[in-house]
Ligand binder design. Structure first.
Ligand SMILES: [Zn+2]
Length: 40
């Protein structure tokens, strides 16, 4: 699964697909892919 982070408020969501709308700040199309830091 990919992690997505809102560029406006920093809210992180786990989803296979890019979220269209941020549930936290209601920004549209503000998501960018977050780097997966699980690999050590
Ligand atoms: Zn947001």
């Amino acid at each position: 699964m990919a992690a997505w982070v809102c560029s406006k408020c920093g809210y992180v969501r786990d989803s296979r697909c890019k979220p269209k709308k941020c549930p936290n700040c209601n920004a549209q199309d503000s998501y960018g892919k977050a780097e997966d830091s699980k690999k050590a």
